[in-house]
Design a protein. Sequence first.
Length: 385
Amino acid sequence: MYRINKSSNSIQRLDKKSFSGLGFRERDHLQEWIAKQPDVLGEDFLIIQKEFSGFSDTQERLDLLALDKQGALVIIENKLDDSGRDVTWQALKYASYCSGLSKSNIANIYQNYLDKVQPGAKAEDLLCEFFGNQDFTDITLNKGVTQRIILIAANFRKEVTSTVLWLLNFKVRLQCFRATPYAMGDELFLNVEQIIPTQDTEEYMIGMAEKAQDDIEDQVEQKQRHLVRREFWSQIIDSMNASSSSLYQNISPGVSSWIGAGSGVGGIGFNFSATRQYCRAELYIDRGDKSDNEYIFNQLFARKDEIHETFGAVLEWEPLEERRACRIKTEQPGNVFDRDQWGTMISFMVDGMCRLEQAVKEPLRQEWTRMRNRGAVESAGPEMT
């Protein structure tokens, strides 16, 4: 750091000092400076307690407890010339302790602090003033997992910075500030700068951290979805194998939103599908060629009255014009991720599949044989059994 001398149009280096070399102590000096001038940390904070020890069954004390303009609690831990190895763990503990503080707890903590430093002041009045003169009942404090951590030291050990950078990937709201004393003659200066995340990259790092956490959450959620679907399909297959149908005797459960069994015609399957919105049994026609699929679909559609009569109800016929495939289905609302719905869903789907197979398989075999004999389909595929 340099001092600018305007008269000589030059700069003069300031001497970098250590807090201990200057006789400064953590609680008596650095902590007091920040408590009196919290905006040295780059934003408006309201200090609500010093040396806070209101934790059940522990004698631990956090240096400074503050609120930001969004109502989040801010745990501020000060170290002098060295951060020490365990400051991150210490601060995380304090954040976890503070996560359970209610609005009334916070107001009481602040009032206790004011009684010592500003006798006669009312916590609720000053809180309302800090939050833009809102009514106290409208102020939200310490909502959810919004606690923030600020670490201040002259030097941070690698084990601390490494841990902080790793924690940022998990949306832990953590900042590191380097506090450096300087001297020029008898004059003393203090420089406080945010080093993690650096201010010009903070928004980018927060965005990357959120994306990384979203990716992790997506992976965990996807794994859970896979487990649920595999179990659901296992129960479907067991129920099918206990029915009159032999369609699913050699089918294994999967993790997708659907499973299928062959119809005896290549590219045409008896499929189950289950999502958060619906469950269904269907005949899915996709032989790789749209005109091929439409031809088969139309031949079956011409016999829909016969098929409906055998099925015992009206099926839904979907040519899926925007796609290559065609579908004949029976469907109802359902959520595969709600286990309470499984019994109803499985009963509907298995019953629907058994009746669909009975209604469609013979007409499909007859039409397929006719098409093969007439050469209506270039890629004939296997003969139905």
